[in-house]
Ligand binder design. Structure first.
Ligand code: SF4
Length: 341
């Protein structure tokens, strides 16, 4: 079997924001992730979980407090936020609000030409034609470039901002809630186009959302974030069929379902108690213990470690750390008894 090629690897990534009185907001607190060529890694979490902060560090808008972001064998954190033109082009971001990426005073075509010029992708004489090719690539008419961003609909504006990102010829697109501000019918159009683009160009996506129903349809693997840490990471099928972390089960038990099949897969309703702790004052042990229906004594004392319970499916919960220890102990016992024979 051929090995999957890694597009990006994030190791022990942290972003701590100092605030008043010597306190610190631990927005991202030791995240490990890998994104493979041609796949969509879904990053899910409630607001304040740190998902956008991870995106901004990967794309170079925020400097990481610690850890590494490895692209093409090179650690991008070594350069702070001063990346080369090529490094900036390789990883592009599409924001929830497309106005952040398109200059309201420039016609769309001019914005695309500007990005093409910036990344040196085409000769000056071909800029106009290439900008129109980009519009066509995302399913917009070539003449659409003569519009200003404010004079077109939200879905078209978002597709134009995807075209702007593609002007830099990236291999990784970070999609930060790209459809959450759009009507449902328009969302489907944007998602369809993103899926087509990925297939045509073997792009890798980091898709950030709080919408698990959407994730079910587009993700190859899913990572769940809680207070700056990944608490479960699994192939999408496993994630929706056999969620392990109590927090994942809680989120999945409360999403609306459209079909009988989805209803069968939905975990029993998990009711959480307590409030989400402040990221300035994260409790000791498992950060979810104050809300967890399965908490044990150890949970408020010791930090659980990420444990791979099955190939590609990891969970950060004492329930599974204990299981692994038991399995390891059994394995060790077997080894000892075979040595003794
Ligand atoms: Fe719940 Fe304990 Fe697992 Fe945290 S470690 S999710 S508190 S069982």
């Amino acid at each position: 079997m051929t090995e999957k090629k890694k597009t990006l690897e994030v190791k022990n990534l942290k972003k701590h924001f100092p605030i008043k009185n010597g306190k610190v907001v631990r927005a991202v607190d030791g995240v490990d992730l890998e994104i493979y060529e041609g796949e969509t890694l879904g990053l899910v979490g409630e607001s304040g979980s740190g998902k956008s902060t991870i995106a901004y560090m990967i794309v170079g808008m925020y400097k990481a407090s610690d850890g590494s972001i490895i692209y093409n064998g090179e650690d991008l954190t070594k350069r702070g936020i001063k990346r080369t033109k090529e490094q900036k082009g390789n990883i592009q971001i599409v924001f929830q609000d497309p106005s952040s990426a398109l200059n309201p005073r420039r016609k769309i075509k001019k914005s695309l030409e500007f990005t093409l010029k910036l990344h040196g992708e085409v000769d000056k004489g071909n800029l106009g034609e290439k900008a129109e090719d980009l519009l066509e690539m995302v399913g917009l008419p070539r003449e659409f470039g003569e519009n200003y961003p404010r004079s077109i609909g939200g879905g078209e504006r978002q597709l134009a901002s995807v075209a702007r990102a593609m002007a830099a010829n990236p291999s990784l697109l970070i999609l930060d809630e790209p459809t959450s501000a759009l009507d449902v019918s328009v969302q489907a159009k944007v998602i369809r186009k993103l899926t087509e683009l990925q297939k045509e160009r073997n792009l890798s996506y980091l898709f950030i959302t709080h919408d698990l129903s959407l994730m079910r349809n587009i993700a190859t693997r899913v990572a769940i974030l809680y207070l700056g840490k990944v608490c479960e990471l699994a192939p999408a099928e496993d994630f929706f069929e056999k969620p392990l972390h109590p927090y994942t089960q809680m989120l999945l038990s409360s999403i609306p379902v459209a079909t009988d099949e989805e209803e069968l897969l939905r975990p029993e309703k998990v009711v959480s108690t307590g409030e989400i702790p402040s990221p300035v004052d994260i409790p000791p042990g498992c950060a979810f213990h104050m809300r967890c229906p399965d908490r044990m004594d150890i949970c408020s004392k010791e930090l659980p470690q990420m444990t791979e319970v099955k190939k590609g499916h990891s969970v950060c919960c004492h329930k599974y750390c204990v299981q692994k220890t038991a399995a390891e102990a059994q394995e060790e016992e077997k080894e000892v008894s075979s040595d003794e024979k």
